[in-house]
Design a binder for this molecule. Structure first.
Ligand SMILES: Cc1ncc(COP(=O)(O)O)c(C=O)c1O
Length: 354
């Protein structure tokens, strides 16, 4: 049995690497609200270059990144088109509504998280003030995409899929902006074997998290046009998130976006596939293996003593931590999960489900 218990709840449980701890101690820092922190500046510049945008801003979390990106691009009283199962729509405390004062039009996704271009086109609305506008409607101002799609099981959309969605929206509303929630953008890039900037190219803004598979303790980046990122500084302040000597965190982020840290995500993907294939053979487990494309696995369970909630509790007693989300179990692989942990989890599940 591996030494540490296996924690498959999320890739957010990853601990900073020893190299990150050293980089924190060494980091050159300053007051970032005055623009004086060289390490934050370096992280922002490298992040922007990596995803092919003009500028970037370092923020505390993926949720704040999405909220700021929405506020920078969707005026209050307008509407965003968003996948019905997206994190922005289902798991961010309705901040788009409560704080940004933006309403949403949720769209169906297929099992890979792809939006239907025709449904997008049908649901672009022109409100009061636009030529041909209808005062009953809020104007569609933003299309929000997510890649990888968390709740589809870390599924990946190719740049061409994203392009089809964006083209469908812009054919009806050329003014529509596009935000890509790329919390796990680099998982998508590694799975597709393309540079992250190729995926981000369809979007005006893209956010990604340092604190998931990339293992930093804290932080996300929003990357976009210089004008939007300038505005994002004011929005971050307004939301309470201007950080001072944040270079100690940015130093970890620089390691997160280094080539070896990005490349190692492939290991997490291989571990997830092994886990999925092993679990799919057990009685009572239903898993769609085609959707296992990166580091997230969702599966259904009908065990001898219950469903997802029972299995999660029973696995916990065996030293394997995972989450029940509704009727499904979620298991996520990451730097803290080894192949030995995967095999141990499979043995434990095998004992419980026999
Ligand atoms: C797709 C997606 N977007 C955004 C977030 C929010 O990130 P954070 O937890 O850093 O706020 C998550 C978190 O799991 C996510 O999965």
């Amino acid at each position: 049995m591996p030494e540490a218990p296996a924690d498959f709840r999320s890739d957010t449980v990853t601990l900073p690497t020893p190299e990150m701890r050293e980089a924190m101690a060494r980091a050159e820092v300053g007051d970032d609200v005055f623009g004086d922190d060289p390490t934050v500046k370096e992280l922002e510049a490298r992040a922007a270059a990596l995803v092919g945008k003009e500028a970037a801003i370092f923020v505390p979390s993926g949720c704040m990144a999405n909220l700021i990106a929405i506020m920078a691009q969707a005026p209050a009283g307008t509407e965003m088109l968003v996948a019905e199962n997206s994190h922005v729509h289902t798991a961010e405390s309705a901040a788009y509504a409560r704080v940004a004062q933006v309403t949403k039009w949720p769209l169906k996704v297929d099992r890979f998280g792809r939006l239907d271009p025709q449904e997008i086109a049908r649901n672009v609305r022109k409100g009061y003030g636009l030529p041909g506008g209808n005062s009953h409607h809020a104007t569609t101002s933003l299309l929000c995409l997510e890649n990888t799609n968390n709740f589809c099981g870390g599924t990946v959309q190719a740049p061409a899929d994203l392009r089809r969605a964006v083209d469908a929206a812009r054919a009806q509303g050329p003014w529509i902006k596009v935000h890509l929630d790329g919390a796990r953008l680099f998982n998508a890039a590694v799975a597709l074997g393309v540079p992250a900037r190729e995926i981000a190219a369809v979007a005006d803004s893209v956010s990604f998290c340092l604190s998931k598979g990339l293992s930093a303790p804290v932080g996300s980046l929003i990357c976009g046009t210089k004008a939007d990122i300038d505005q994002a500084h004011a929005l971050r302040k307004m939301l309470g998130g201007g950080m001072r000597q944040a270079g100690v965190l940015a130093a970890c982020g620089l390691i997160s976006i280094s080539e070896p840290m990005i490349a190692r995500l492939a290991e997490d993907h291989a571990n997830c596939r092994r886990l999925a294939e092993g679990l799919a053979e057990l009685p009572g487990v239903t898993a769609d293996l085609e959707t296992v494309q990166t580091n997230i696995l969702f599966f259904g369970c009908q065990g001898p003593k219950g469903g997802a909630a029972w299995l999660v509790k029973a696995l916990e007693a065996e030293g394997v931590r995972c989450l029940a989300l509704g009727e499904r179990v979620r298991m996520v692989t990451h730097r803290g999960v080894t192949r030995a942990h995967v095999d141990e989890a499979l043995r434990a599940a095998g004992r419980l489900l026999k």
